[in-house]
Write a protein that binds this ligand. Structure first.
Ligand code: PHE
Length: 452
């Protein structure tokens, strides 16, 4: 994409919200949020999480949108366009791109598992019901299979690449406008079913009745990390989407609406999962395997359980896809602009690059060739998660707010949050204050504590 070509943009407000909410709502909401909440004390975690979304998440999201909209380029190039005299800031955008690249290597693994569960829901649930299948063994055997998880990962990558090939409005925006409403319908259907279970109220109590004595530093840290991951912050994805936002849109309102949608889905995921977990007497803190090992057992107890299993994993697939689209887009646009390639070539290059690391990541989960491979004492999967979520993401987010709050991006930020001085509201003042003072301090805390 050359400079003199008109940059594509989202065609409507609805399309913008669907695409940005699509990025935010993902495996983070439906897979990660419930197990984090389950491990960190239930409703107490929820309260801290909500506070962080408001004081940290929304301001950082506005920061990223404003950098992209002002820079009109990829996540790294936007920094150069805003501050041509201090090109070193573009490293911040580059870190985000690197981080989204790493996330894709394991996000595509988990999304692949989800496809397997969706397509195999009947065999799985019927097997559990007849006693021939144990859901824990099923999961372990599946992830250790030499090529099944890789095949699903390739399929998922291909679907994502197909959307990206079609461009911003015909690919990303058009698909989000179908997938996001579908996601809301699916999640509400499953919530209703879950609430009808006998004993659902214990789950709701766990989710909504806080025990304040459970709040401590580790809960705070986990909630902060979750808020960041869930809102897609610090990864170049929302800077890239920001570059497609029309000048007349109000960035503070947009960030608010996207964050509310993301939070509503996370809470609904809790409403969907905890009544079922409590109704069937499962341990809520059972960790990352919660949805893959625990839920199939629960489905097996329900009438038409295979169908519920299918609907649930379809929901998870849809959520993962719209997030993966934003991650790949951040990389593809960077490759296209930096190396002057067209979208098609850049999409192929980007997708293959993800698979070069992503396939070994998938295989590292089994007992195969890559299981023993370690760097710094971490397996590949954990290494990718650690580097992206614990190092690059918080550091990138921190430097982005410093860039617009104190650095050479100050003017650009001022122009973008107020639409060149035409918008004034207390919400804008709030965001400005958070970006300058509160967000840098809070993110620094996650970063330092995360390393210790
Ligand atoms: N927010 C997504 C989720 O919750 C993950 C993601 C992170 C997507 C960063 C894009 C960028 O699953």
């Amino acid at each position: 994409m050359s400079d003199n070509q008109q940059r594509e943009s989202f065609g409507s407000k609805l399309g913008l919200i669907a695409a940005a909410a699509g990025s935010a709502v993902g495996l983070g909401n439906i897979w990660r949020f419930p197990y984090e909440l389950g491990s960190y004390g239930g409703a107490a975690f929820l309260i801290v999480y909500l506070a962080f979304i408001f004081v940290l998440g929304i301001p950082v999201m506005v920061t990223e949108f404003s950098i992209g909209r002002h820079g009109q380029a990829n996540a790294s190039g936007s920094f150069i366009k805003i501050a041509p005299k201090s090109p070193q800031w573009s490293v911040v955008g580059f870190m985000g791109i690197l981080s989204s690249f790493m996330i894709m290597t394991f996000y595509s693994t988990i999304a692949g598992w989800t496809l397997e569960y969706m397509f195999n829901s009947h065999g799985l649930v019927a097997g559990i019901m007849s006693g021939e299948v144990n859901s824990g063994d099923y999961f372990t055997n599946f992830v250790a299979h030499p090529w099944h998880p890789v095949a699903w990962q390739l399929a998922f990558m291909a679907i994502t690449a197909f959307v990206i090939l079609n461009g911003v409005s015909k690919g990303i925006e058009a698909s989000s406008k179908i997938l996001m409403p579908l996601l809301f319908v699916l999640i509400i259907v499953i919530c209703v079913r879950s609430l009808m279970l006998d004993g659902a109220s214990a789950g709701l109590e766990f989710l909504f009745k806080p025990d304040f004595s459970k709040i401590d530093a580790s809960v705070g840290l986990a909630a902060l990390g979750q808020a960041f991951f869930s809102l897609s912050l610090g990864m170049g994805a929302l800077i890239t989407y920001g570059s497609y936002i029309n000048k007349q849109e109000n960035l503070v309102n947009t960030a608010f609406q996207v964050s509310v949608a993301d939070t509503v889905v996370a809470v609904l995921a809790g409403v969907m999962i905890f009544p079922a977990v409590f109704a069937f007497g499962v341990e809520p803190g059972s960790g990352p395997s919660l949805v893959y090992i625990t839920l199939p057992n629960i489905f097996a107890e329900m009438a038409l359980g295979w169908l519920w299993c299918l609907v649930f994993f379809l929901l998870l697939t849809v959520a993962a896809l719209t997030s993966m689209i934003s991650l790949l887009e951040a990389n593809v646009v960077y490759i296209a602009e930096k190396f002057k390639m067209n979208r098609t070539v850049a999409t192929i290059v980007g997708s293959l690059a993800v698979l070069v690391i992503g396939v070994p990541v998938t295989l590292s989960q089994g007992s195969g060739a890559w299981a023993e491979f370690q760097i710094f004492g971490l397996g590949l999967f954990d290494l990718m998660d650690f580097l992206s979520a614990k190092i690059l993401m918080p550091l990138g987010g921190l430097l982005a707010v410093v860039f617009v709050g104190w650095g050479p991006g100050k003017n650009a930020f001022e122009l973008e949050i107020s639409n060149e001085g035409t918008l004034k509201s207390s919400a804008i003042q709030f965001v400005r204050a958070m970006v300058k003072y509160v967000a840098p301090a809070l993110i620094a805390v996650i970063f330092v504590a995360g390393l210790m």
